[in-house]
Design a protein around this ligand. Structure first.
Ligand code: LLP
Length: 424
């Protein structure tokens, strides 16, 4: 991995919930079960403020990563703002008490109805296409907006999550600045923010600096005299596998503050700096705990079948993502017998595996396994394919556990399908 890195220390490892806690939760609430560590989320949130020393730093939690309401409330109580991408996300956080001024709505191929619905809430719109800008200007002249530009830098952990570069659907190309100006002038729109998002899980810190510089390069006072903030999106990477290094966020933060400070001096105003992390705040704080119910030996290939599956955690299937798996019932210690397993689910598809050919301490039927780093884009990307309900979600905060989302019983799930369907 390029960029500035440090090894993760024992202290870092100690931050995470103990396997014993996860087993206790599994026994108390049943499996499959999502368990989140609220203290770690708060620690990550605070850390960013220590790394990026800018008096007007705002951290907008990208709630698409995990819309669990306990997490949303916790972050609100600690001063987080919110990055939203759908009207329902906006309604949810407003209902939880977030102020409209602390929410940004990033519009991505939205309909006119969605635009009006969000506009009514008083939440600022972040517009990423000339087409939407024209429609917005016509409907709401002389109002404030944020503009999303494509930073023209390609980075991110998988091609599906690289949002920069002109092959993606995101943001207005910087070369279209004259066309932007024409529309904003025509409708007297007040551009108070500029935005870019380069990708998710960015390993190369230089690419983040480059995106920042590209966006700041067009943030000229003569074109945008009313700027209050610049938003550099999310994408802060966290390690997923045990041998991956953690980025040196201390150095990273210093460099970011330096770049921004230089810009603000030139612009002549100390602007707010926004970042929109999702993974950084919540990925490491979550574990999906599953139970092994069926072991098979297919001509030497060991398959551990569990009571969950890809609709509950789809990242390995969609992005080929690596999630560490721990056998909570037989934790690794020197002398432990290690075997290779495919860790699979209960869904009727061959690809329904959390991991293949993974070395793990010997597994027995009944063992609990933890799929680690499952706090971001796991529950939130989940579904009920094969009509298996989404798991319970538990938040642990200051040593106490809270059942936040209750799993539907099988009959309730069946009932919900009937209730939600048109009556025939
Ligand atoms: N801001 C914008 C405009 C975004 O599109 C995203 C993520 C974020 C912020 C937060 O990015 P983060 O800090 O979480 O990397 N499902 C994929 C990730 C999709 C990211 C989509 N946009 C995954 O599981 O890897």
């Amino acid at each position: 991995m390029k960029g500035e890195v440090t090894g993760s220390t024992l202290k870092e490892a100690d931050l995470f919930l103990e396997g014993e806690v996860l087993v206790n939760m599994a026994k108390k609430y049943g499996t499959p079960l999502y368990v989140y560590d609220g203290n770690l989320i708060i620690r990550r949130f605070r850390e960013l403020h220590n790394f990026i020393k800018w008096p007007k730093l705002r951290i907008l939690y990208a709630m698409k990563a995990n819309y669990n309401i306990a997490i949303l409330k916790l972050l609100k109580d600690h001063g987080a703002y919110i990055d939203t991408v759908s009207p329902a996300e906006v309604h949810l956080v407003l209902k939880l008490g977030y102020l409209p001024g602390h929410i940004l709505y990033t519009a991505n191929n939205i309909t006119d109805e969605e635009m009006h619905e969000v506009k009514k809430t008083g939440v600022l719109m972040n517009i990423g296409s000339l087409s939407r800008l024209e429609k917005y200007g016509k409907a709401y002249p002389e109002t404030e907006i944020c503009l999303r530009f494509n930073p023209d830098v390609t980075a991110g952990i998988h091609e599906y999550v690289r949002t920069g570069g002109d092959l993606t659907k995101f943001g207005i190309l910087m070369q279209d600045l004259p066309a932007v100006k024409k529309i904003t002038d025509k409708y007297h729109l007040k551009v108070i923010g500029l935005h870019e998002h380069t990708g998710s899980g960015i390993a190369e810190t230089e690419k983040v600096y480059q995106s920042m510089k590209n966006l700041l390069g067009i943030a000229k006072r003569e074109d945008f005299p009313d700027l209050r903030f610049i938003d550099f999106g999310g994408g802060f990477k966290v390690p997923y596998s045990p041998d991956e290094k953690r980025i040196n966020y201390d150095q990273f933060g210093k460099k970011i503050a330096e770049i921004f400070s230089e810009f603000c001096q030139e612009y002549g105003n100390e602007l707010e700096m926004y970042f929109e992390p999702g993974k950084y705040l919540v990925a490491e704080a979550g574990s999906l705990v599953v139970q092994v119910n069926t072991l098979k030996d297919n001509k030497g290939r060991l398959i551990a079948g569990t009571d969950s599956g890809f609709p509950h955690l789809i990242r390995p299937v969609v992005y080929g993502a690596y999630h560490e798996i721990q056998n909570l019932s037989n934790p690794f210690k020197p002398g432990t017998v290690i075997k290779k397993y495919d860790i699979c689910g209960n869904i009727c598809e061959t690809g329904d595996c959390f991991a293949t050919q993974r070395d793990l301490p010997e597994i027995k039927e009944g063992d609990f396994l933890a799929v680690k780093n499952s706090g971001a884009y796991c529950y939130s990307m989940g579904g009920i394919y094969n009509l298996r309900a989404m798991p319970n979600e538990v938040l642990i905060l200051n040593g106490r556990d809270y059942l936040v989302t209750k799993r539907l019983a099988n009959e309730e799930l069946a009932e919900s399908i009937i209730n939600g369907s048109r009556k025939f």
